[in-house]
Design a protein around this ligand. Sequence first.
Ligand code: G6P
Length: 364
Amino acid sequence: AQVEKGGYKHFMAKEIAEQPVVLADALRHYLPETGLNLPEDLDFSNIDRIVLIACGTAHYACAVAKYWFEEFARIPVEIDVASEFRYREPPLSERSLAVFVSQSGETADTLAALRYCSERVAKTVAVVNVPTSSIAREADIMLPIFAGVEVGVASTKAFTAQLLVLAVMALKAGRDRDVTDGPTLSAHADTLRTLPGLLNQALSISEPIAHLAEQLAEAQDILFLGRGAMYPLALEGALKLKEISYIHAEGYASGELKHGPIALIDRLVPVIVMAPYDKLFDKTVSNMQEVMARHGMVLLVSDAKGISAAQDGTWGTLQMPDIAEPFAPILYAVPAQLLAYHTAVAKGTDVDQPRNLAKSVTVE
Ligand code: G6P
């Protein structure tokens, strides 16, 4: 069936707005009232390493999930982009679990990486949006993300749905390996269940972002900073922005700022700081102050506590609802996407069909 824009100006705007419903669908499947619903044969108890392989936005979903698997299951996790993984012939073992994340399920490099792993690891798992795709068919276990058709070239709702499925997998890994206790796992599951409501609330920052975007659209370079699991989200924010607005953007780990990108800071460089009020907040704020001391334009994306603690001297703030620490990246995907979207709209670029990019890259 043909998908319509349904009153939205762009598919990307529609797909961003669909995220509460998409996550509710995925939650209904993977986290029903009865508990975790994942295939029995997805068993982490005898696995000694997880490799997470993908390209583009799906790769950043993997980069976030690494933090969850390590925290909940204390299992070593390796992440790589498929085009590197496939040619470096990584050593694998029968105790490795290999996970391939792909919206389309047809990305050539990801498929080649899957084929490399097929005979070499305990199990291959596909986290895909298209259940009839090549990657879905060739993996031992297929986990659909239930995002529905995604038309915008820059992935949005597939990203948050991938994150949700990876989060549920990480909870199962924590349980299978007896690393995280039952009450903690249930508390995490409950947090995931609040996401549709929180995402709905987060969507209301679209208007203030549209306003800020008028100025962001004038920038030549934009930096995104984050720490912990918010670091890969900073990478995703920068990727989205460069894909559709053609403004040069870089994501950096906040603590790495002093090792390079701080040289770029002046009055004209917006620096978007993704910092929920968590255990790393103070560290990130001190990096943010280093930017302000050099007259950088800081946009702080945080929650009520974080904003009241650190808004002095910022160029702007965006207030997000509160969410328990490990899952903030799922919620903060919304401002990352909307910043890119409104900046591109302000610049007048082709949001749904950015130049030189393809929705699915089936050639090398
Ligand atoms: C293309 C798209 C991206 C996507 C990437 C991986 O570059 O423009 O939005 O993240 O491919 O695609 P996949 O279908 O494997 O998730």
